[in-house]
Design a binder for this molecule. Structure first.
Ligand code: ZN
Ligand code: ZN
Ligand code: ZN
Length: 368
C-alpha cells in the first residue's frame, strides 16, 4: 500500500472520529491496522497498534522493537515507535494520546491491553470502535467493492460446479466433498480458504455445521456455504441442492426463502436503515409461517474479514450508504429434518442500490 493511500484512509477516518467526538484511538494489529497501513502484524501476544490523537497529521505505529525492520517503508505516513520486552506497550502508546478524554479501540483487541488502558488512563472514557463510529472498515471504497465483486465471482465458479453436478455428492462424505471444494476454491484463484460448510440431510438444520463423516444420501437437502480470500477480500456464499425430486413442503419453504432474500436485497438501498434489510427478510418469513425457524440475523458486513460491521439485525439503526458491503442470508431450519439458506454478498453502489457479488442460480436445484 502506498503512503498516499495510507494518508487518505487516515484522513477519512479522522473526519469520522471527529464527528463522533473521539479524541484518540488504539487500533490493534488485526484487520483495522492492515486496512490503514497495509501492514500485517503477526497475530501474537506482543502488541502492534496504531495510536493516534484524532488531530494528528501522522498517526503513530507502535510495534515491538524486534519487528522494526519490517515497517521502515511506512515512515512517510506514520511515526514509528517501538517498545522493548520489559515495557508495557500500552503505557508506551499512551505517551502519544496524552490527556485524550475519549479513547476508542478495536473491538478485537486483547483483554489484557484493555485492562492496561483502564488502569493507565483511568480518567478517559473508553469506547469500542463499533460504539464510536460503527467500524473502521464498514464503508468501502469503489476499489474495495470491486475486489468484493471479483472474489465473489471466484466463489461462484465453484458453486456452479456444485450446482451442475461437476462435484459429485451422493455416496460421499461431507468432509470429502468439503476437501474437493477447498481445492477448487484455491484453483480458481482464492489465496486462502476461510471456511467450507457442507451440511447434508438433518445436518443442514445446524447453520454452522462442521463437515463430518456423514455420507450424502439420495433424496435429501445439502447446504453449501463457503468462502476464501483474494487480494485480502473475502467471499461468502450459500446455496442448497436437493439430491432427488423436491417434496412440496420443501419447495414451498424454499419459495418463501427466495422471496425473503429478494425483498431484503430490494430493501438494501440508500434511504433505508440496515435494520430495514433484516425486517424485510424476517417479516416475509414470518408471514409465510417460518419466523420461528429463522434463528439468526439476516447478514454481516464483509471485507478484509468474513464477519465485520455492519451487522444486519433489526436493531441496527445505521443509515445505508454507498460503500456498505454485507451478506443477505435468510435461512429456515427445522431441527431433525432439514435446513436451507440463501446467501449473496451485496455492495451498495454509487446509485444507492444493492449490487450482488454472487450470481449463481438461486433456485433449489435437483442434483443427482
Ligand atoms: Zn455464518
Ligand atoms: Zn456464508
Ligand atoms: Zn455469511
Amino acid at each position: 500500500m502506498d503512503a498516499q493511500t495510507c494518508i487518505d484512509r487516515w484522513k477519512a477516518l479522522q473526519r469520522r472520529l471527529e464527528a463522533a467526538g473521539v479524541d484518540g484511538i488504539v487500533l490493534n494489529g488485526g484487520a483495522d491496522l492492515e486496512y490503514l497501513t497495509g501492514y500485517h502484524a503477526m497475530p501474537l501476544e506482543r502488541l502492534t497498534a496504531l495510536f493516534a490523537r484524532t488531530t494528528d497529521d501522522k498517526p503513530t505505529l507502535l510495534l515491538p522493537e524486534l519487528e522494526k525492520a519490517r515497517v521502515t517503508h511506512l515512515a512517510d505516513a506514520f511515526d514509528l515507535m517501538t517498545w522493548t520486552e520489559l515495557q508495557n506497550p500500552v503505557a508506551r502508546g499512551l505517551e502519544v494520546l496524552g490527556d485524550a478524554k475519549t479513547i476508542s479501540f478495536s473491538n478485537d483487541i486483547w483483554g489484557t491491553h484493555v485492562l492496561s488502558l483502564t488502569r493507565l488512563a483511568p480518567a478517559a472514557k473508553l469506547l469500542t470502535i463499533s460504539e464510536s463510529i460503527g467500524g473502521v472498515r464498514a464503508v468501502k471504497s469503489p476499489a474495495d467493492c470491486e475486489a468484493l465483486q471479483t472474489v465473489g465471482g471466484l466463489a461462484d465458479q465453484v458453486m456452479t460446479m456444485v450446482q451442475t453436478g461437476e462435484i459429485p455428492l451422493v455416496g460421499r462424505t461431507e468432509s470429502d466433498i468439503a476437501t474437493d471444494i477447498s481445492e477448487h476454491l484455491l484453483r480458481v484463484g482464492h489465496e486462502k480458504v476461510m471456511f467450507v460448510i457442507v451440511a447434508s440431510g438433518p445436518n443442514s438444520a445446524s447453520p454452522h455445521h462442521h463437515p463430518g463423516d456423514r455420507v450424502v444420501e439420495a433424496d435429501e437437502m445439502v447446504l453449501f456455504d463457503f468462502g476464501g480470500t483474494h487480494k485480502g477480500f473475502n467471499s461468502d456464499t450459500t446455496r442448497c441442492v436437493f439430491t432427488g425430486p423436491i417434496p412440496d413442503d420443501v419447495q414451498a419453504a424454499y419459495d418463501a426463502l427466495m422471496d425473503a432474500q429478494q425483498k431484503a436485497v430490494d430493501a438494501a438501498s440508500v434511504g433505508n436503515r440496515i435494520a430495514d434489510v433484516d425486517i424485510a427478510a424476517r417479516s416475509t418469513l414470518d408471514a409465510a409461517g417460518y419466523g420461528e425457524a429463522f434463528v439468526h440475523r439476516t447478514g454481516h458486513g464483509i471485507g478484509l474479514t468474513v464477519h465485520e460491521e455492519p451487522y444486519v439485525t433489526e436493531a441496527n439503526e445505521t443509515a445505508i450508504v454507498a460503500g456498505h458491503a454485507f451478506s443477505i442470508e435468510p435461512g429456515i431450519y427445522l431441527d431433525g429434518k432439514w435446513g436451507m439458506r440463501l446467501e449473496d454478498i451485496v455492495v451498495i453502489g454509487s446509485d444507492g442500490t444493492a449490487i450482488r457479488c454472487n450470481n449463481t442460480n438461486r433456485n433449489l436445484l435437483q442434483v443427482g
